[in-house]
Design a protein around this ligand. Structure first.
Ligand SMILES: NC(=O)c1ccc[n+]([C@@H]2O[C@H](COP(=O)([O-])OP(=O)(O)OC[C@H]3O[C@@H](n4cnc5c(N)ncnc54)[C@H](OP(=O)(O)O)[C@@H]3O)[C@@H](O)[C@H]2O)c1
Length: 279
């Protein structure tokens, strides 16, 4: 897309994190509806790198509506400063609408949400439960192959949400009216324990999958060996914070925005795990 073609009648959308789980789906949905979308990540042109703010103005030049996914996580140390800077660059670029993807209830994430809502740019927060696709495309996608679903989540229940439902909510918040200033808390229709997810993965894949509940220090050591101490500390603290029971209740965020129920975990996992077999 030519970054200099800008028309207020035909808003230009940009997606930060466009190669990620939600970003690629949001970009696909918008393009399918005929919108111009600038996909942004570290390998795109223009490039967007959270570590290199000097390039943000060029990446956002001519953008009207912006979807933001922040990595590593809005609850990570320093995220508030980075998000403040992003809103300043977006403001200067003339961005007129922001939708921010967030988690549910982490204090650090809440700080970032407040910064975006107070930025002066009409904004919407989409606070999502854990993604069902974490088990098929994300950090836990190896569980079917290894047979072990290892996480420091105890016996807490989580209303896992379909990433396609998140993308549909984001697309509506970016294109529809009346969403500015709202925080939509989006979850799946029912809460499951990780042990229940393991049973579903076993049933659907035909491979035995067991939930392995880990202690926090055990989890930290395992992640540190794979991804380094910083990531291990962030993920361990996230598990400690969000798996304390506060997020067990499903919400009606998807119905509020889309007027329909969210898809359940079994449907989403079945579709994902049998896709290869159908092809
Ligand atoms: N997973 C969950 O269950 C869950 C639940 C609620 C909220 N969230 C939030 O969702 C967000 C992640 O969104 P997602 O799952 O859609 O993405 P994702 O699948 O984790 O993908 C990450 C995206 O960020 C890009 N990226 C990575 N490092 C970058 C950098 N330094 N600068 C610019 N872009 C970078 C990646 O692109 P390249 O590698 O190509 O640059 C990719 O597009 C996080 O804020 C997380 O807290 C996740």
């Amino acid at each position: 897309m030519d970054i200099n073609t800008y028309s207020p009648d035909h808003p230009t959308f940009a997606v930060i994190g466009a190669t990620g789980k939600t970003g690629c789906r949001v970009a696909d949905l918008l393009e399918a509806r005929g919108h111009a979308v600038r996909r942004l990540a570290r390998g795109t042109s223009p490039r967007f790198d959270w570590e290199q703010p000097g390039g943000w103005a060029q990446a956002l030049h001519g953008v009207d509506r912006l979807y933001v996914t922040y990595v590593p996580d809005l609850a990570a140390p320093g995220a508030d400063l980075t998000i403040t800077r992003l809103t300043e660059v977006a403001q200067a670029a003339g961005v007129q609408r922001i939708v921010l993807l967030s988690g549910r209830g982490e204090l650090g994430a809440r700080r970032c949400e407040d910064i975006v809502l107070a930025s002066g740019i009409p904004s919407t927060i989409v606070s999502a439960a854990w993604f069902t696709q974490n088990f098929t495309e994300g950090a836990l996608s190896g569980a079917v192959e290894t047979g072990a679903l290892a996480l420091a989540a105890g016996t807490v229940r989580e209303p896992f949400i379909d990433v396609d439902d998140i993308a549909a909510v984001v697309a509506e918040a970016l294109t529809g009216d009346g969403h500015a200033g709202h925080r939509y808390e989006v979850t799946g229709p029912a809460s499951l324990t990780l042990a229940e997810v393991a049973v579903l993965l076993t049933e659907i894949s035909g491979h035995d999958v067991q939930y392995v509940p880990m202690a926090f220090d055990e989890f930290h050591a395992a992640v540190a060996a794979e991804a380094g101490a910083e990531t291990a500390t962030l993920l361990t603290e996230l598990c400690r914070e969000v798996f304390d029971g506060r997020n067990e209740q499903p919400t009606d965020g998807v119905r509020q925005v889309l007027g329909r129920e969210p898809r359940d975990v079994r449907t989403v996992l079945t579709e994902a795990l049998t896709a290869g077999q159908r092809a």
